[in-house]
Design a protein around this ligand. Sequence first.
Ligand code: FAD
Length: 415
Amino acid sequence: MKRYSAFAVAREAFSHHQGWERAWRSPEPKRRYQVIVIGAGGHGLATAYYLARNHGVTDVAVLEKGWLGGGNTGRNTTIIRSNYLQPESTAIYQLAHGLYEDLSQTLNFNIMFSPRGVLMLAQTEHELRAWKRTAHANRLAGIESELVGVERIKGLCPIINTEGPRYPVLGGLWQPRGGTARHDAVAWGYARAASGLGVDIIQQCEVTGIDVGEGGVSGVQTSRGAIACARLAIVVAGNSGVLAEMAGFRLPIESVPLQALVSEPIKPCLDIVVMANTVHGYMSQSDKGELVIGGGSDGYNAYTQRGSFQHVEETVRALCETFPIISRLKMLRQWGGIVDMTGDRSPIIGRTPVEGIFINCGWGTGGFKSIPGSGWAMAATLAKGEPDELAAPFSLDRFTEGRMIDESVAAAVAH
Ligand SMILES: Cc1cc2nc3c(=O)[nH]c(=O)nc-3n(C[C@H](O)[C@H](O)[C@H](O)COP(=O)(O)OP(=O)(O)OC[C@H]3O[C@@H](n4cnc5c(N)ncnc54)[C@H](O)[C@@H]3O)c2cc1C
């Protein structure tokens, strides 16, 4: 794989950019792999990359029914932060945040990481107390985050109206090195790097069945034929329940639509990410000038990648109160993804009831930020055949043992 560099761009300029090679290979599937990862979203691709890089396991295929990054990874609003509450969560989100900091250099692919700062508003007394608790927990975990007052918020975000009629702004939780990254680039960067290490990424290859015998998993049936494997990783976010059913077990997951929208592009007016969880809305400004807006998830299970109309209305109405200047903007487009929600709003990583099958799901509305950490932990789990230290608390059996990792404040609406 040729390295991307300023020198390479200059060299290619002399040959009319005809010499670039494809970013990743598109091989025909082999009959057998040591490890199959289902799902070429960020989590599946990062898993494959770290399997190859950290553990030397390169006999790996990533099977994707559509195009890579076409699931939630390419549909999300790209907020990256690590200011969660519980120690198990902060460990994995903080690892992910740290890996994001120099992921462009690691992958030799510009993921456009922009640590512009993430502000989570407190608009009720209850929320203010919750953020105070989170700020203390973050300090203990070594995470840079702080509780800020209204004056500071006005300084960080001059377009905000702190005296909204329904929910005045009372304070906020500020993570100065939170931010955003380009979602496609994260998927493309991991895909290119994994492919360069020998991983086969096979798009347009839907898994339609899972072969399970007495000794556990033996392979998968796909739209491109049967493929055998020793270990199988299910990393398909909103489709996790469907794949689990193919393997013969159930998951404590609900699949619901979550949507986002962008405005027409305007001049720079917002250089941080602001989240208003009480009113279910959050906003950042893209490099093109569009305001990227997201809201809460739909209240019913569905597999349509759209979302309901009333959520758009509610989100925009709420944000108009907090950011009056957006009231006359036109909205450009809207889309949705299917997110996989657990009861405690924490992910599931680890073994399943079927020998040889491992799962990574339940990241719900907030799994873009965790991609590097999740891939790291999942790769270690697959390589060893048992959950590694980071993944162990997120095992499936926590739901039967009552070991919940409650992140409903940090992750229920917030992304
Ligand atoms: C509107 C929206 C906004 C969001 N905002 C944020 C945010 O700001 N910050 C944040 O951290 N998170 C956010 N998220 C959540 C985040 O996008 C997800 O948690 C994360 O992208 C999940 O990644 P993944 O790799 O697990 O899943 P996906 O990216 O969905 O990848 C799973 C892949 O599996 C494939 N697949 C499914 N079934 C099969 C099959 N049978 N065979 C083969 N392939 C299959 C799918 O096609 C898909 O490509 C948001 C999500 C949405 C929808």
